[in-house]
Design a protein around this ligand. Structure first.
Ligand SMILES: [Zn+2]
Ligand SMILES: [Zn+2]
Length: 305
């Protein structure tokens, strides 16, 4: 039996309802009833009345639908989670789902869902986003996937970020592959994921699509397999071993080095040397590291039109 309860933050519900009702055929009715609530004498009573009223309209306008549907599609989540709290995200980057596991078994597991009001106003698009997020959660709850919160990667700094990024790309690839087979993925998701994949694994070059298909079309991939591939793609994907040419920054063997490191811009070289003071361009740098620093460089300099 379902035990999962979904609670929405009061101010999120109010904001969404006020926006959704504007221009709606029932707006007149909404305004009339809402105006009467202001006449309630006691502040607490009035707040409660507004809260209930907005909650009813939130449901009536179908705003609960995407969250309900995305959760209902994953019986594993319904069976193992007690509560889902939907709160307001301040920006797009903050949006997403998290799983909280209480040490107290009576409290059990809970989902924290952060969404912007504007996302709730576009239910179809939101459903696509939520399906992806909820499948992350379902994987985390599935013993067959074998999720572990820590990636167990000892390296710090750049290499750590790179492994994390590859892991995220691999997991997202398997998720969208499964959603595609279920007929629940947005259009063109395969193309978009392939681009992410090729960017995260530049050593695959023209072979990227073939390896990508192993993850996108693959079944029963586990957390451990994804971590192994994120840490050491050459080994995990059975690529021919390189004559040990490793990037001095990330220390990974790389297939693709920056072709002419000595002509890198002095600004870029200084940025790299802020983190790696002993590094000299002549030692070389892999494309991925160079791109990371290039990205940082452009991020720090305001774009000119
Ligand atoms: Zn994802
Ligand atoms: Zn590197």
């Amino acid at each position: 039996m379902r035990q999962l309860r979904v609670d929405y933050e009061t101010r999120l519900v109010e904001e969404v309802v006020l926006r959704a009702v504007a221009g709606h055929p029932d707006e007149g009715e909404f305004r009339r009833v809402r105006d009467q609530l202001y006449e309630l004498g006691e502040a607490d009573e009035r707040d409660r009345a507004f809260c209930t009223f907005h909650g009813q309209w939130f449901e009536r306008l179908g705003m609960c639908q995407p969250v309900e549907e995305a959760l209902a599609e994953r019986p594993l989540v319904l069976a193992q989670v007690r509560r889902c709290a939907v709160v307001r995200a301040r920006n797009k980057k903050e949006e997403g789902a998290e799983l909280f596991v209480s040490p107290d078994p009576a409290t059990g597991r809970a989902i924290g869902l952060q969404l912007r009001p504007e996302s709730l106003l576009v239910p179809d698009q939101l459903l696509g986003f939520l399906r992806h997020e909820v499948l992350h959660l379902a994987d985390m709850l599935d013993p067959a996937f074998g999720y572990e919160p820590a990636l167990k990667i000892p390296e710090e700094g750049m290499a750590h970020r790179m492994v994390q990024d590859r892991y995220r790309v691999l997991w997202d690839t398997t998720i969208d592959g499964r959603l595609t087979r279920e007929g629940r993925a947005p259009d063109r998701v395969r193309q978009r994921r392939l681009l992410d994949f090729a960017r995260a694994f530049p050593m695959l070059g023209a072979g990227a699509e073939e390896h990508f298909a192993r993850f996108f079309d693959g079944t029963d991939l586990t957390h451990a397999q994804l971590v192994a591939c994120a840490r050491d793609p050459v080994q995990a994907l059975g690529l021919p071993q390189l004559v040990d040419r490793r990037c001095p920054l990330c220390t990974f063997p790389s297939y693709s080095f920056e072709p002419d490191p000595e002509s890198l811009s002095p600004v870029l070289v200084r940025r790299i040397q802020e983190h790696f003071p002993a590094w000299r361009p002549a030692q070389g740098i892999c494309r991925q590291c160079a791109d990371l620093y290039r990205g940082r460089q452009t991020a720090a300099v305001p774009a000119t039109a």
